[in-house]
Design a binder for this molecule. Structure first.
Ligand code: CUA
Length: 314
């Protein structure tokens, strides 16, 4: 179901245009290297002994330099430049009426994702970007700290994510599926653990997802989860994380309102399972050294209860 990060199998119009340009550059480069290589070999093995008149008699000399050294390279470069500019123009600006506008904010080391004006109010999630299939999506990029770069190879090329600047790009998925992406600008210790996933689904499934995400977290009723909520509050988790519908309002780490609905935690470093979640809370520094999450010295029973509560955040 989940596709790899293959730039040669594009799944949307932006990536397809960029892949076409990539193929053109590669084919032209290979042809030029072949032709020049053959000419060098021919030149090396011809025995003119440096006799200029012999070279001129065979039609060499200045003509070769003008045609092969100036005219042909100029034509190739002008064609390549035109193709590059045309591709940039075609892919730079999102269509006037994108179906969805998403704000993606780079953090060390995770992606915050906001759906402005989604049903009722802004939906906030992390590292998992749901989009409707077959529709253009406008992506506004900004950074909370250092320079990152947002890249979903099968949907669109790289766009830098720069503090103090809003870069805009767009993407579209032609097929439903899960497309893996990555941060592609070195941003510190856990740069490699900064994955993003685009989940392209039918418009109806997308609307349903957005509706669910817009809901506040329900107050837990399961006894374990009730204890877990108490642990969450006592441990001051809410100083860094927000859960809509609770008193947790922190904005340092990812919003957790619908944590349990996500496929991964820690920006793709771990599958979102009960065991991984417990391991992450107990000692995230062992899994992703340098991240902002402190080691939580919880009693095992409290840890289990806390995980039980977080698992209710569907
Ligand atoms: Cu963020 Cu590399």
């Amino acid at each position: 179901m989940q596709s790899g990060m293959n730039i040669l199998t594009s799944s949307g119009p932006v990536a397809a245009a960029q892949a076409r340009l990539g193929w053109w550059l590669m084919i032209v480069s290979v042809l030029v290297i072949l032709v020049v290589g053959i000419l060098v070999l021919v030149g090396a093995f011809r025995s003119d002994d440096g006799d200029r008149r012999a070279i001129d008699r065979r039609g060499g000399g200045i003509k070769w330099i003008v045609v092969g050294g100036i005219i042909v390279p100029a034509i190739i470069l002008v064609l390549t430049l035109s193709f590059t500019v045309a591709t940039e123009v075609a892919t730079a600006a999102p269509p006037a009426d994108p179906s969805v506008t998403i704000e993606v904010i780079g953090h060390r080391w995770w992606w915050e994702v906001k759906y402005a004006g989604a049903p009722a109010h802004t939906v906030v999630t992390a590292n998992e970007i749901h989009i409707p299939v077959g529709a253009p999506v406008r992506v506004q990029l900004s950074s909370a700290d250092v320079i990152h770069s947002f890249w979903i190879p099968q949907l669109a090329g790289k766009t830098d994510v720069i503090p103090g600047q809003r870069n805009v790009m767009w993407l579209q998925a032609n097929k439903a599926g899960i497309y893996r992406g990555a941060c592609t600008e070195y941003c510190g210790l856990q740069h490699a653990n900064m994955a993003a996933f685009v989940v392209a689904e039918t418009p109806a499934a997308f609307r349903q997802w957005l509706q669910t995400q817009a809901d506040s977290a329900a107050t837990p009723t399961d006894p374990d989860a009730v204890v877990g909520l108490g642990v969450f509050q006592r441990s001051a988790c809410g100083a860094c994380h927000a859960i809509r519908g609770s008193e947790a309002l922190g904005h340092v780490g990812p919003e957790l309102t619908h944590l349990a609905s996500r496929m991964t935690i820690a920006a793709g470093a771990l599958e979102n399972t009960r065991g991984n979640l417990a391991g992450w809370i107990a000692n995230s520094q062992a899994i992703k050294p340098g991240n902002d999450m402190p080691v939580m010295a919880l009693r095992p029973a409290d840890l289990q209860a806390l995980v039980a509560y977080l698992e209710t955040l569907k």
